[in-house]
Design a protein around this ligand. Structure first.
Ligand SMILES: Cc1cc2nc3c(=O)[nH]c(=O)nc-3n(C[C@H](O)[C@H](O)[C@H](O)COP(=O)(O)OP(=O)(O)OC[C@H]3O[C@@H](n4cnc5c(N)ncnc54)[C@H](O)[C@@H]3O)c2cc1C
Length: 458
């Protein structure tokens, strides 16, 4: 835990330019035919693995590569520190793995990730609680949907699932009103900031470097040669143009694009990657409201309604201090231009007016909710690959070499759960929405195994 609590270094990569120039043996010749003339004067630095994005997924991958496989890792993060985007704007729920189609990446990684996460939190003393979850049917037409979830969760290997009659569920939670419920004892909550802090500390202790305030603005991929173009985030702040100039060029063996909301836009800026391999992003905002004036928590379990299109429904979640939160709702965001998405210019404000549709949604299962008791909380944006009228889309993991992965996945979608794109050394992670937090350690385990298998890494 000591290492976990170690304060993280906020190192700006651009301040290491001097270091990179001095380390002349590590710099490649600017006369390389790979280089565009316009980049000749720009400093370059070789590095083994670059992870784009210090969200929970990028951090977990960096830690796994550095700590378990002794790789040299540089994490490039456009924000001022780690985990300031989706990884700190979520429900902090450790999901059981109930909702996702059998054998989908979401199901496989959620179930494996949950086990790894509980183990990690116990070992490292990360605050968490396995409080369990009730998915509730409040209308008779919802009852068959609980049966479907029960079957799906059981197929996915979620332990301990049990269908409860309404009176049994209401005995567990006296403020709850429902006809039936599905109990998932494996579900829980975690302090995601402590989790990320611990993972960053371990990654750094094993030599990984986190370069904050540094944005990847594009890349060139030719054969086995990669150039990753980076710039100081500050110099991009007022930019409205899509032609951005790099200040430092990285020459990695492997690049993991774990840029969350921006991952598809980053990939579109990779010269050499067929753009048909890049799915179009869709975004759905989710707002939270907190319950005011409650000394003792009204609920002790997570309470979820039947899932809706785009989300899991306005649910009850608790943080580790017992604060009750309701959310997230689903608000589709249309017309986000590439540069706004790329530079994270999303609106994260929560308008008090949104409470108007929270009250009726919550009162379906919590009729005693008092008028005026909801206060605006925070919002997060879901990095989706499908819109309101599309079918389920899995996590998409694209690996840039012929992989012998044993994880063979069926899929009905254009973008399969896992696929190759033929650009050696590049791994793209797209659509890492919920249950991405729960899945993070399992995704890291899988990506790292693939990196270690790769011929280009030998
Ligand atoms: C409302 C909501 C509720 C959720 N609830 C849950 C839950 O209860 N349980 C659960 O398991 N999951 C949940 N999730 C999902 C979970 O939060 C995400 O799957 C997870 O945080 C994704 O992590 P990430 O590292 O992929 O992305 P992020 O946390 O977004 O990290 C990506 C990072 O990349 C950086 N970046 C972007 N572009 C660049 C660039 N060009 N150069 C350098 N850096 C860049 C960003 O600054 C960011 O820090 C929820 C998501 C939302 C939106």
């Amino acid at each position: 835990m000591k290492s976990a609590m170690k304060a993280t270094k906020s190192l700006s990569l651009l301040h290491t330019i001097t270091k990179s120039i001095k380390a002349s043996t590590r710099c490649i010749s600017t006369s390389s035919n790979l280089l565009h003339n316009q980049y000749e004067s720009i400093p370059k630095e070789k590095v083994d693995c670059v992870v784009i994005g210090a969200g929970i997924v990028g951090i977990a991958i960096a830690r796994e590569l550095a700590m378990k496989h002794n790789r040299e890792v540089l994490v490039v993060e456009s924000g001022q520190t780690f985990g300031t985007v989706t990884s700190s704007r979520n429900s902090e729920v450790i999901h059981g793995g109930i909702y996702y189609p059998h054998n989908s990446l979401k199901a496989l990684f959620c179930v494996r990730g949950r086990e790894l996460l509980y183990g990690y939190c116990k070992e490292r003393g990360i605050p968490h609680q396995q409080i369990g979850k009730l998915i509730v049917a409040t209308l008779s037409e919802d009852i068959p949907k609980l049966d479907v979830l029960m079957t799906r969760g059981t197929e996915n290997g979620v332990p301990g699932l049990r269908l409860l009659e309404g009176h049994e569920a209401m005995r567990l939670e006296p403020e709850l009103r429902c006809l039936r419920a599905l109990l998932s004892p494996a579900s829980g909550i975690v302090d995601s900031h402590s989790l990320m802090l611990s993972l960053v500390g371990e990654a750094e202790n094993h030599g990984a470097t986190f370069s904050y305030n540094t944005t990847v603005i594009g890349g060139h991929f030719r054969g086995n040669h990669i150039q990753l173009l980076t710039s100081g985030s500050k110099s991009l702040e007022n930019n409205t143009s899509s032609s951005l100039l790099p200040e430092l060029i990285l020459l990695p063996q492997v690049v993991v694009n774990s840029g969350g909301l921006a991952a598809p836009i980053i990939a579109k800026r990779f010269d050499g990657l067929d753009k048909r391999n890049v799915p179009s992003p869709c975004y759905a905002r989710g707002c939270y409201f907190t319950l005011s004036n409650t000394r003792t928590p009204v609920f002790h379990h997570l309470i979820y309604p039947i899932p809706e299109v785009g989300g899991l429904g306005v649910h009850v979640t608790l943080d580790l201090n017992g604060q009750v939160k309701f959310g997230p709702d689903v608000e589709w965001i249309e017309g986000v231009d590439d540069i706004s998405s790329f530079l994270n210019r999303f609106d994260y404000s929560v308008s008090g007016n949104r409470a108007n549709h929270f009250y009726p949604a919550i009162r379906r299962y919590y009729p005693n909710l008092k008028d005026g008791s909801l206060e605006p909380g925070y919002a997060g944006i879901r990095p989706k690959l499908s819109g309101p009228r599309s079918d389920y889309v899995d996590f998409v993991i694209q690996i840039g070499y012929e992989t012998n992965s044993e994880m063979v996945l069926p899929s009905k979608n254009l973008f399969r759960g896992e696929e190759t794109h033929g650009v050696a050394g590049l791994i793209n992670l797209f659509g890492i929405e919920s249950p991405g937090l729960t899945s993070s350690l399992a995704i890291a385990e899988h990506i790292t195994a693939e990196v270690m298998k790769s011929k280009i890494m030998r």
